[in-house]
Design a protein around this ligand. Structure first.
Ligand code: NDP
Length: 269
């Protein structure tokens, strides 16, 4: 029988714990989110972050800018937020419009306020990676010594997640669109993390029996318009030991992890 890794439930527990912590803080955490353009998925993610921030007792400020906002204008907003002592966390919602240099923007966020962990010198773990580890840890799934395969090498999800597994003493393989034989790699995994953005890419025959399968993907099914992951959940659950559902798996954990980083950033003030 497969175990479902219930991200929605665990995220709720984490938010409740954070709410208690925030109640004891003299200075309330305050998250500023910059949203450039009108990507509908981004608007939904930002709303989730706002709901979570309000729930734990943090302040939330949304800075919404048009898609044609210049690099310079965006940089000025971040510099202002860096200087603003009432803001304890800054997040720039991705994706940014193509004319914006993401890397320059990430590097500009004050590391002490970089709750999304995307500045290379940020002390914070990027929220999706942190969410994955928090989920594993709450289900008492050990990482050390395990063979981990991460499908996807993006700077936002795949790479930081793989790097954190290495730091936690797993043996890690990173796969991407040019991997010669994806199934041969994924079948080796004790823990398989998939962040490819390809609906139902991972089939039952690509999973080792008993493996832990973490589906980071969030895709819209073309026919049903429902959210689906990168894993063929209905069939993979017949062979996996543990699997995350989509929705209700890594998504809520990412938001809860962001809130953990925010509370940590605010406790250091
Ligand atoms: P990107 O498109 O930036 O990266 C996708 C990665 O997957 C790339 O490295 C790409 O390889 C690889 N890839 C694509 N197709 C294949 C394939 N057929 N076989 C093997 N590798 C493949 O996406 P993100 O990393 O930003 O996001 C990935 C998914 O996670 C998306 O569905 C996104 O919506 C979701 N997401 C979910 C979050 C959550 O909280 N649950 C948070 C953020 C994202 P290459 O480098 O060669 O192009």
């Amino acid at each position: 029988m497969v175990n479902i890794l219930d991200g929605r439930k665990i995220a709720g527990q984490i938010r409740a714990e954070l709410k208690e912590k925030v109640a004891k803080l003299d200075k309330k955490p305050s998250l500023a989110v910059i949203l450039v353009g009108d990507n509908p998925a981004s608007a939904i993610y930002v709303r989730e972050k706002m709901k979570a921030a309000v729930e734990i007792g943090a302040k939330f400020r949304l800075l919404k800018r048009k898609a044609n906002t210049s690099q310079r204008a965006l940089e000025r907003i971040i510099q202002d937020l860096n200087r603003n002592a009432s803001i304890t966390g800054i997040l720039v919602q991705k994706p940014l419009p193509p004319h914006i240099d993401d890397e320059e923007i990430d590097c500009l966020v004050d590391p002490a306020k970089d709750v999304d962990g995307l500045n290379p010198i940020s002390p914070f773990i990027p929220s999706t990676a942190l969410g994955v580890f928090e989920l594993l840890s709450r289900y008492a799934i050990k990482v050390e010594g395990k063979k981990v395969v991460v499908v996807g090498r993006s700077k936002l999800v795949g790479l930081p997640t793989a790097l954190e597994f290495v730091k936690r003493n797993a043996t890690v393989t990173i796969c991407h669109s040019k991997t010669a034989n994806l199934a041969a790699e994924t079948k080796q995994a004790d823990i398989l993390v998939v962040a490819a953005g390809k609906p139902r890419l991972i089939k039952r025959n690509m999973v080792k029996p008993g493996a832990v399968v973490i589906d980071v993907g969030i895709n819209r099914d073309r026919e049903t318009h429902k959210l689906v992951g990168d894993v063929d959940f209905e069939n993979v659950k017949k062979v996996a030991g543990y699997v995350t559902p989509v929705p209700g798996g890594v998504g809520p954990m990412t938001v809860a992890a962001l809130m953990s980083n925010l509370v940590q950033a605010s406790s250091q003030k």
